[in-house]
Design a protein around this ligand. Sequence first.
Ligand SMILES: [Zn+2]
Ligand SMILES: [Zn+2]
Length: 340
Amino acid sequence: MDDLAHGTRDKRGNWRPNDALGLPPFGGSDFRPGAVAKWLLGYLTGWNLVFLAITLVWWFVLLPPMEVMSNLSWGWPLRLLAINFAGIFLFYGAFELRFYAMRRQERRFKYNGKFPAEQPSDVFWFRSQNLDNFLRSMFVTLPIGTVIEVLMLWAFAAGYLPMTTNPVWIAVLIFAAPILHEAHFFFAHRAMHLPGFYKWCHSVHHNSINPSPWSSMSMHPVEAFLYFASLFWHAMLWSNPFVVVWQWNIAAFGAVVGHIGFDRMEVTEDRAVQSHAYAHYLHHKYFEVNYCDDGMLPWDKWFGTWHDGTPEGDRLMKERFQKKKARSRVAQNNAEVPAE
Ligand SMILES: [Zn+2]
Ligand SMILES: [Zn+2]
């Protein structure tokens, strides 16, 4: 496909789409029922449907019955760790293989003109973003997340947490889980950008200015804990173990979405699907914009940190950074005013 029919490429090879990033059609003055219906359809299908399908397989095929999970032994938690490891390895690996190893799409629709493998750097273990990010995602963040998942499943199965079997409430929780994830991530992420916190913790994730699939869960252990702490909300929600697994899968499998690095994924010669990676790509590029995951809810718009990916978005961002600088020349933080 011709990506220049849908965007522009600068002299450094960085590609940007022509269209501004859209926000959900509510929370502002432009509430339109038709647009809300369209948003709802996208919410119920797309990526969420993929993660729900994975969760159904996890719950009905791979996970042991509740009686087994009521006993905190080594067997089933290690099995869950192995299942999560294999699932994430195959899922992230599929994107890595197609777009970064085999480069089946070359640089078409790629936001950053370079591939991480072309940019060795001392900030990464073994000077390799790929190896560093792979090891951190798979051997730091994934096990920490799985420990939280195991504890929550055990607490429900053993009767330590109030559990619902009401199908209507379970359906409500299933529907709300991606929204809960986005809200939890927005505020935890915002906190991690406080200057001191950023430096010793979240900067690990931001070493990857040019993110790729293995960057998805490349985190400091404290960030890993905070990221999967979204599961703890279910202790207060009269929830259910199935929903806990669903919440975990949204966080773990869903993390890849913002780190694909390509705006569209070509399916055939003349057909491509939207990746929804742009909002979080801009966060990796500019740091202090788009703290949300992929803009499922307009949190950044509400808090004044939204960047819609257009030159006008650049201008508003620079204006905001300059105002911030003027307000506090002393506490210069990690934000950079990007050069043209
Ligand atoms: Zn990221
Ligand atoms: Zn960040």
